[in-house]
Write a protein that binds this ligand. Structure first.
Ligand code: PMP
Length: 360
């Protein structure tokens, strides 16, 4: 078998090796059923057990309260950008959006199709390198939306923004879901594309409070109503079965690692190593404001695009893949989600050290 290399991709991203190995077996025969996981009917007993395990683990790991549903939907996080306002925002209402990166901007664009949008804060003035400390909410927002981790810019909310009682807080947690403890009861909706911390792309995990499901309109397409998926246990139509299967395996792995608190500590330690190095480096500079740094996406530059390119090429040759930063930031981005091994960070650090000796 080809040797696996360190994959710093921002998403789809590295998954735990034991999960992939298990999936390899289950592709041929899920347990002792003699039918592969991709081939099982979503209504089969074997698949229902897979579904129930994934949903149950999701609830258990994040202590999801009873008055929330966990839905597995298709169309990735981007579908949630419009499905949320389609269900929660009407023409005469205003939703508040905290704009901290390109993904929040994309969410705003969709919301404007359904109602008014108040930009409660915006950090575009400094290329989204920080999380604004001042948030100006409107009088009575239908909901407040924020992006907990900004995948491209390497910033992350240290904690959730304050909202007045009764106003649903909606979070795009695509790039940091289950990377640390989360108090679901503070949110109306938490959603995430699965392809970073949870599993394959194409699926979104949506954790949504019951009253928000019920308040949605009934005169929008059936597939676009949360109630459809809630009432059918995410099985109104054929759900993303493979995504649900991998999610279940990843969550079991996460539980075996000690759950969200332990994962949070590991992620602190992993990112901390990189930031400690960056803070004393004479060559590499972190791009995000110190207090707002992401534990998931560590962005840095040398300040010289040619040198950045040289470093990325050398890193790639040494088996460190996916370090090229997004074009809107440039430089490098190390995406180090839950499943990214600490040994890969150590290897990156030793490469950076060597490169710095040569070029600083
Ligand atoms: N939100 C964030 C924070 C993201 O990082 C991404 C994807 N990188 C998305 C939304 C879009 O997700 P999807 O591709 O699943 O639609």
């Amino acid at each position: 078998m080809t040797e696996r290399i360190y994959n710093f991709s921002a998403g789809p991203a590295a998954l735990p090796l034991p999960v992939l190995e298990q999936a390899q077996q289950d592709l041929i025969s899920l347990g002792d059923t003699g039918i592969g996981v991709l081939e099982h009917s979503h209504r089969s007993k074997a698949f229902l057990a897979v579904y129930e395990q994934a949903e149950g683990l999701c609830r258990e790991i994040a202590s999801v309260p009873d008055n929330y549903k966990v839905l597995f939907l298709q169309g990735g996080a981007s579908t949630q950008f419009f499905m949320i306002p389609m269900n929660l925002l009407s023409k005469d209402q205003t939703a508040d959006y905290l704009v901290t990166g390109s993904w929040s901007k994309k969410a705003v664009k969709e919301a404007k199709l359904f109602g008014n949008v108040n930009i409660a804060c915006n950090s575009e003035d400094k290329n989204f390198s920080y999380i604004p400390s001042e948030v100006a909410l409107s009088e009575q927002p239908a909901y407040v939306h924020f992006t907990s981790n900004n995948t491209i810019y390497g910033t992350e909310f240290a904690s959730e923004p304050e909202v007045p009682a009764g106003v649903p807080l909606v979070c795009d947690a695509s790039s940091d879901i289950f990377s640390r403890p989360i108090d679901i009861s503070k949110y109306g909706i938490v959603y995430a594309g699965a392809q970073k911390n949870l599993g394959p792309s194409g699926m979104a995990v949506v954790i949504i409070r019951d009253d928000l499901i019920e308040q949605g309109p009934t005169d929008i397409p059936t597939m676009m109503q949360y109630r459809t998926h809630s009432e059918a246990g995410s099985m109104f139509n054929t759900p993303p079965t493979f995504g649900i299967y991998v999610l279940g395996r990843v969550l079991q792995w996460l539980k075996d690692q000690g759950g969200l608190a332990a994962m949070g500590q590991k992620n602190q330690a992993k990112a901390g190593k990189l930031y400690d190095y960056l803070d004393q480096s004479q060559l590499f500079k972190p791009t995000a404001a110190k207090q707002d740094r992401s534990l998931m996406n560590v962005t840095f530059v040398t300040g010289d695009a040619d040198l950045d390119a040289k470093f990325i090429a050398q890193a790639t040759a040494a088996g460190l893949d996916g370090l090229k930063g997004h074009r809107s930031v440039g430089g490098m981005r190390a995406s180090i989600y839950n499943a990214f091994p600490e040994a890969g960070i150590d290897k990156l650090l030793s490469m950076m050290n060597e490169f710095e000796q040569e070029h600083a």
